[in-house]
Design a protein around this ligand. Structure first.
Ligand code: FAD
Length: 462
């Protein structure tokens, strides 16, 4: 009898696990992958994809309003939330089936079950059966984390439930200032809800460039979203179908739903990590891994959100691919986590890559800032009160573009292309040498001639 049933057992059928299973099977490995909920994981089932579908639909109302300035008269429009949910569910079911089929086509076996570690080489399934594996990959992702327990926390929904609400809330309170909270705030506002965002810090989008943070806040407030910073929800009461959120500031808010999007934790609980000897990273609570995604146990690897490094789908996919190539493809690859482009699908969108101004000023002695805000051409006809922000952060010594930050329509699409240049270490002179494409908003990125600010750090005294 063979020592191992499979070469690779993957726990978790999300973005990272699926990619790793397919690539490893392609390299000839015998692979099993276990998924306890739905194949495709967070991104496909209750993350990026359904979120983007919601975002796209939420823009329609604004398009209709903007149409008037271009001469269109559109009869009164109505919106039906159950139709949106049903059509989204249909698309997600299609994608889930495609994910399962693609994994099976690669030769890997899909098990619809929870799986946990029994020891370093053995996985136990929900029915008690065990599988012996030469290598184990943990790709169990993460889950919403509501923070400290407050009275009435059981009334609070997360992004998971937001995708399945039976009706559109007329009023919603959303606690959180990160990208998920703001995306849902703009989604609900776009469909017509009255939205209040509660955030404990002094401004939303912590970690993003400060100009981006204030620009997005202003734009969201102009769109009618209330943003209360410097306070938290301390208690939620339910009266019939209504909720009252009590705030640390002493005030309270009535709503039809209360949603928290204040963070996510890696899915490490009850996985048998201690029994197998897999260590947790004390700094972030995820599975501790090295640059090869190898855990403290030599034959156990971990990728994606469960390692709590950069919780983004393309990162999980890249890590899964690199793991499979390294371990089964005789092609050692380490993932380069520098200059990962990211977006916030708020209204307007944010696209960003590289360093913020504050990060650059902490790391470089000379930092030049090129910044512009302007009214997009469409707004001149639609009359909408909105502005675009474009910002480049440049190393004043080497002329290298260290960061690019955009707030405006199609910012995410634009930043994906700009990220190639930033990754290639393009200089400001390279940007300037590129001829503008007119008329676009993005042409500003290659036509900003003069720095709007120049920061020179004094040399430390001898
Ligand atoms: P996951 O996709 O979470 O997959 C893990 C899988 O493991 C899950 O299916 C889970 O059911 C399964 N599992 C867990 N434990 C077990 C077990 N013991 N046995 C069997 N199965 C198990 N990222 C972006 O890049 N762009 C976006 O726009 C974006 N939007 C997002 C919006 C929301 C609302 C959320 C919540 C996330 C979003 N993300 C986005 C993040 C993205 O979804 C994650 O980074 C990505 O899904 C991580 O992939 P993963 O493979 O690590 O984990």
């Amino acid at each position: 009898m063979a020592e191992f049933d499979v070469d690779l057992f993957v726990i978790g059928g999300g973005s990272g696990g699926v990619r790793a299973a397919r690539i490893a099977a392609g390299h000839g490995a015998r692979v099993m992958i276990a998924e306890e909920y739905r194949m495709g994981g967070t991104c496909v089932i209750r993350g990026c994809v359904p979120k983007k579908l919601f975002v796209l639909g939420s823009h329609v109302h604004q398009e209709i309003e903007d149409a008037a300035g271009f001469g269109w008269t559109i009869p009164t429009s109505t919106f039906d939330w159950p139709t949106l949910i049903a059509n989204k569910d249909k698309e997600i079911a299609r994608l889930e089936a495609a994910y399962t089929a693609n994994v099976e086509k690669s030769g890997a076996e899909v098990l619809k079950t929870r799986a946990v570690l029994k020891d370093a080489h053995t996985v136990r399934l929900a029915d008690g059966k065990t599988v012996r594996a030469r290598t184990i990959l943990i790709a169990t992702g993460g889950a919403p984390n509501h923070g400290p327990v407050i009275p009435g926390i059981e009334h609070v929904i997360s992004s998971n439930e937001a995708f399945h609400l039976p009706e559109l809330p007329k009023r919603i309170v959303i606690q959180g200032g990160g990208y998920i909270a703001l995306e849902f705030a703009c989604i609900f506002a776009g469909y017509g809800s009255d939205v209040t965002v509660i955030y404990r810090g002094d401004n939303i989008l912590r970690g993003f460039d400060d100009d981006v943070r204030s620009h997005v806040r202003t734009e969201m407030e102009k769109a009618g979203i209330t943003i209360l910073t410097g306070c938290t929800v301390t208690r939620v009461d339910k009266h019939g179908k209504d909720f009252t959120s009590h705030l640390s500031s002493g005030s309270s808010l009535a709503s039809d739903q209360v949603m928290f999007a204040i963070g996510r934790h890696p899915n490490v609980a009850n996985l048998g990590l201690e029994t197998a000897g897999v260590a947790i990273n004390p700094h972030n609570g995820g599975i501790a891994v090295d640059a090869w995604s190898r855990s403290s146990v030599a034959n156990i690897y971990a990728i994606g959100d469960v390692t709590h490094r950069f919780n983004l789908t393309p990162v999980a996919i890249r890590e899964g691919h690199a793991f499979a190539d390294t371990v089964f493809g005789k092609r050692p690859v380490q993932v380069d986590h520098a200059s990962i482009p990211t977006a916030v699908f708020s209204q307007p969108e944010v696209g960003t890559v590289g360093l913020t101004e504050a990060q650059a000023r902490a790391q470089f002695s000379h930092v030049d800032i090129y910044k512009t805000t302007f009214r997009p051409i469409k707004a001149t006809m639609s009359g909408r009160d909105t502005r675009v922000l474009m910002k480049l952060v440049v190393d004043g010594v080497s002329d290298r573009v260290l960061g690019c930050h955009i707030v405006g329509d199609a910012a995410a699409e634009t930043i994906q292309a700009v990220a190639i240049a930033v990754k290639m270490k393009a200089t400001k002179a390279d940007f300037d040498a590129t001829i503008a494409l007119h008329p676009t908003a993005a042409e500003e990125l290659v036509t900003m001639r003069t720095p709007t600010a120049r920061h020179v750090r004094e040399a430390a005294a001898e």
